[in-house]
Design a protein around this ligand. Sequence first.
Ligand code: KIV
Length: 257
Amino acid sequence: MRKTVQDLQSMKANKEPIVALTAYDFQTASIIDSSCDFILVGDSLGNVFQGEETTLGVTVEDMVYHGASVSKGVSNAHLCIDMPFMSYQASTEEALKNAGHIIKATKAQSVKMEISFDSLITIQKLANAGIPVVAHVGLCPQSFNIYGGYKKQGKNKSDQDYILSLSKEAEQHGASLIVIEGVPENLASKITKMLNIPTIGIGAGKKCDGQILVTEDMLGITPPPYPSFVKNYSNMRALIKKSANAYRNEVKKNKFP
Ligand code: KIV
């Protein structure tokens, strides 16, 4: 059975680290499912799957298409789907409509939103409507044009206070989990200690309740350079290239089939 938000919250209480990865397709999801507690269909599919510089062009229908494919491969992990840029910011009504469509069409268990103080009422309404919300704080890739690139957040005291109080408010408005991206370890640690709900970090040090990586980064499928926090557990790029070349050579030399 898939892990529920309550299972993930119990893992925090029992100090068991939460293992999280992204997936955009059925095959990958079915391979990583038993290794994961949490699988995210991230809007990072804009970068990784679609080859775009940012996530800003990703649509609700992209998330539904990839989410429905991933969903068929997930029977152990909790399945969460990202709300793409401008699918939840304009109004709470639009957020409810889009989140409801994503949950109905994909059978995912929660949605993730990159939040600001403006999002708090939406978190509350979604939770009251029965949709668990994962609140993403710190470096929010959908704010690429505000930052002028992908830049670490929480570098000074006022930014840190902002992220801390935003995280606290998210929990108070009914968020089920927090994803913390691209902030100093001491800030992620403070948030993790302050909240009852679990935190999952990426580029936020080792003090969160869990860790998430983009699967294609972890496998070495995306091309280097990688962000400094990424660890390659394989070099699948080289392996795929080698296999494609071996196939090419055999076809060219009439050795295959
Ligand atoms: O879109 C994504 O994949 C994410 C994770 C990297 C946290 O937001």
